[in-house]
Design a protein around this ligand. Structure first.
Ligand SMILES: Nc1ncnc2c1ncn2[C@@H]1O[C@H](COP(=O)(O)OP(=O)(O)OP(=O)(O)O)[C@@H](O)[C@H]1O
Ligand SMILES: [Mg+2]
Length: 262
């Protein structure tokens, strides 16, 4: 279904790859998201920014099937979807790199890439993993996404933050996903590693994925994003075209709730 929809800046285009409409999520007395609308389109990096506790991870968890919204709905390419768990979201084409990467430190790269979806050799050897095909596929993914990895047989626990992030990203995008949600992929990285991860982020969008990027580093956000959405205290207060704004204004929105001209 191709729906036309008005978007910021008066541009019209096809329905977003993913849309959260009027989503409210409460935890006891805390309203983590209050009637929040957010969308991300194929081929674009859509940033989601805001202070600690603004509701960013909660929104990501609603989009990835971890939480069910108390109110509001989710749509993919214009069609309503409901997820009763992360697996439903995955099957629909939404993959997530969570704030904590959830890698298994004692396993090697291939095993981490296949966590939860190991290739098995049919019913008789259901629980015996086919190591060679997994390693070959792992090498292909690592290569395809330009992730620098000394040895895919090395245990992940001994790897640098950037390499770990690379594995988590390859795991998320290597399976025909349409939407990839990244919750602070550069938070723990050095300058060089951050640069590489941002290149991967951009290249994923250039390949046609809808990429959602959460980061506290607004300068980085401005480098790679097409749109910047600002959450503040559970409210979506701005959706800005990156080329029409700047770091200073985005920071102003985050800290005061209004833009520079206001
Ligand atoms: N599982 C939970 N149970 C109770 N409260 C929660 C839960 N998850 C989030 N919250 C609350 O919801 C609000 C939003 O939290 P969230 O983690 O979404 O913020 P965030 O924008 O991701 O912050 P940060 O930048 O620190 O990661 C906070 O007040 C938080 O304490
Ligand atoms: Mg968070």
């Amino acid at each position: 279904m191709q729906e036309l929809e008005q978007r910021p800046g008066g541009v019209t285009g096809p329905a977003p790859a993913v849309l959260a409409q009027g989503v409210t999520k409460r935890f006891g007395g805390v309203v983590a998201l209050d009637n929040v609308t957010f969308s991300a389109r194929a081929g674009e990096v859509t940033a989601l920014v805001g202070d600690n506790g603004a509701g960013k991870s909660t929104l990501i968890r609603c989009l990835s099937g971890v939480h069910s919204p108390d109110e509001g709905g989710l749509f993919m390419n214009g069609a309503p979807v409901t997820f009763s768990g992360p697996n439903d979201a995955r099957l629909a084409g939404i993959e997530t790199v969570h704030q904590n990467l959830a890698l298994a430190d004692n396993l090697d790269v291939a095993a981490n890439l296949f966590l939860g979806r190991e290739l098995s050799g049919g019913p008789r050897s259901l629980f015996r993993l086919r190591k060679k095909p997994m390693e070959a596929k792992a090498a292909e993914l690592i290569d395809e996404y330009g992730i620098r990895m000394p040895n895919i047989k090395a245990k992940v626990g001994a790897m640098s933050g950037g390499q770990r992030q690379g594995i988590a990203i390859a795991r998320a995008v290597g399976w025909g996903s349409e939407v990839v949600l990244m919750d602070e992929p550069t938070a723990a990285l050095g300058v060089k590693e951050t640069g590489r991860v941002l290149e991967v982020v951009r290249s994923l969008a250039d390949r046609g994925l809808a990429v959602v990027l959460i980061s506290h580093n607004i300068e980085q956000v401005m480098q790679v994003s097409d749109f910047v959405w600002v959450l503040r205290g559970g409210h979506m207060i701005a959706d800005l075209r990156a080329e029409n704004t700047n770091t200073q204004e985005v920071v102003h929105y985050i800290t005061t709730g209004v833009g520079l001209g206001a």
